[in-house]
Design a binder for this molecule. Structure first.
Ligand code: ADQ
Length: 423
């Protein structure tokens, strides 16, 4: 494919994910402010420079009126983003319900909530119906923007029906699907009432990708054991049609971090932080506030460390930066209160009039502030109980250009990141 000046044009790519890489905040009837969202999917896809990419997804806000929808669509077009508008009920059933209450915990081995185990319960069925409906809405928007030759890249557990809906529309469309979470063992996937339908829908894609070989293997064995299909070294075969399945461990745009560390504003911020915490070792946690990230466990381990090593009490500080997510889901609200309670108790126990051992922030930091923090950190703590990959570990290592900090990983992270970080 050639441009008029003779240079090859970039491959067109439609990235489809539940959320857009920006969050929208309404400032007036037809005016919107856009902010980059924090999260692994956004960070991971920042490196997509060799494609002519557009991103389709939900803007994370309810916009019931047409004026607002039009204005937001125009504002997002400048960022090469195309919004999907989901109403409150859909968000409740599809996103908070089926995605975050059922698929997310199950894929991280946390089980299915008791009341949703029976497929016959009304809440499960309505959440599953909403999930399919939402996937259809995404498919409609993809169809509207698709041009022959485009590659469509669907992301994550929110959109497991999308490959099927897209292929039903146009079997020639090139469709990939990538999962950012673990894919669990087939024994766990079996617990899901809609297990077969979900697998079959994903198999409609041409290429199915996972972070690790283990997740890919779990997916293939779920297809062989649950659907009775043939697993081959390339993927899964069904009546002569092969769906390729492979591991593609995701990384970060390393150069972006290195360049940021050289900026005067980042250098100045590093100096300020070093002065602020002079005489103390800095330990750091950067996470979405999610139960899989092991935040209470990390903070309780820090308390144990202070208890058992009194001479460290005024010589170390833990900075925990936890951006809130899924704030409408009761489990996440409980987690926030639990973390606040533990932090308050430990600071009350070990704090002095002039210093506290834990600084906990419920917010996102901007990219430059984050780089400065990684750069001056002595010990980064990544304590996920289970995680698809975890990019914070990569970011910390990338920013340790001049420091000789230590990265402490939970057992599960250690086995995962050994794949990419230390090879
Ligand atoms: P996450 O669980 O969101 O996504 P993770 O790999 O932990 O992903 O990365 C989080 C990203 O958000 C990092 O880039 C980090 O810098 C940023 N971030 C987190 N907290 C922040 C804060 N308080 N302020 C600013 N930025 C913050 C999913 C899976 C992961 C998988 C990724 C990518 O759960 O396992 O690694 O996708 O595939």
């Amino acid at each position: 494919c050639q441009r008029q000046d003779g240079r090859p044009s970039k491959q067109r790519l439609l990235v489809v994910a539940n959320r857009l890489p920006v969050s929208a905040i309404r400032r007036g009837e037809d005016s919107w402010q856009l902010e980059v969202s924090a999260g692994g999917l956004v960070t991971a896809l920042l490196g997509l420079k060799e494609f002519d990419a557009k991103w389709i997804g939900w803007a994370g806000v309810n916009v019931p009126d047409e004026v607002g929808q039009r204005a937001l669509t125009n504002a997002l077009a400048e960022k090469r983003c195309i919004p999907i508008f989901l109403d409150e009920e859909m968000v409740h059933q599809y996103y908070n319900g089926y995605c975050n209450n059922i698929l997310w915990p199950l894929f991280h081995y946390l089980g299915i909530p008791q009341e949703d185990r029976l497929a016959t319960t009304r809440s499960f069925q309505s959440q599953f119906d909403a999930y399919k409906k939402a996937n259809q809405m995404f498919a409609e928007v993809v169809k509207e923007h698709y041009k022959e030759g485009d590659v469509v890249w669907c992301h994550d557990y929110h959109l497991m029906f999308l490959p099927k809906y897209l292929k039903e529309y146009n079997n020639k469309m090139k469709v990939g699907w990538f999962l950012h979470t673990p894919f669990p063992s087939s024994e766990i996937h079996r617990m899901l009432p809609s297990r077969s339908e979900l697998l079959r829908s994903v198999l409609a894609a041409d290429l199915v990708g996972f972070h690790t070989y283990d997740y890919a293997r779990h997916f293939v064995s779920a297809c062989t054991r649950i659907l009775g299909l043939e697993g081959t070294p390339e993927g899964v075969e069904d009546q002569g049609k092969l769906t390729r399945v492979a591991a593609f461990p995701i990384g970060i745009d390393y150069e972006r971090f290195i360049r940021a560390l050289e900026l005067p504003q980042v250098q100045n911020h590093m100096k300020e932080l070093k002065q602020r915490f002079a005489g103390r070792k800095v330990m750091l946690g950067v996470d979405r506030l999610d139960m899989i990230k092991g935040i209470p466990q990390k903070i309780l381990a820090f308390e144990k460390f202070l208890e058992e090593n009194p001479h460290w009490r005024d010589r170390v500080v833990l900075l925990q930066i936890a951006v809130p997510t899924r704030t409408d889901v009761p489990e996440y609200q409980k987690l926030t209160s639990q973390v606040h309670e533990i932090v308050g108790r430990i600071n009350g126990k070990f704090g002095t009039l002039t210093a506290v051992p834990i600084h906990h922030l419920d917010r996102s930091l901007d990219f430059h502030a984050l780089c400065a923090l990684y750069a001056i950190t002595d010990v980064a703590l990544v304590t996920s109980l289970r995680d698809g990959m975890n990019l914070v570990s990569y970011e910390f290592v990338a920013c340790q250009a001049s420091n000789k900090g230590v990265l402490i990983l939970s057992e599960v992270q250690h086995s995962l990141l050994g794949l990419g970080l230390f090879w």
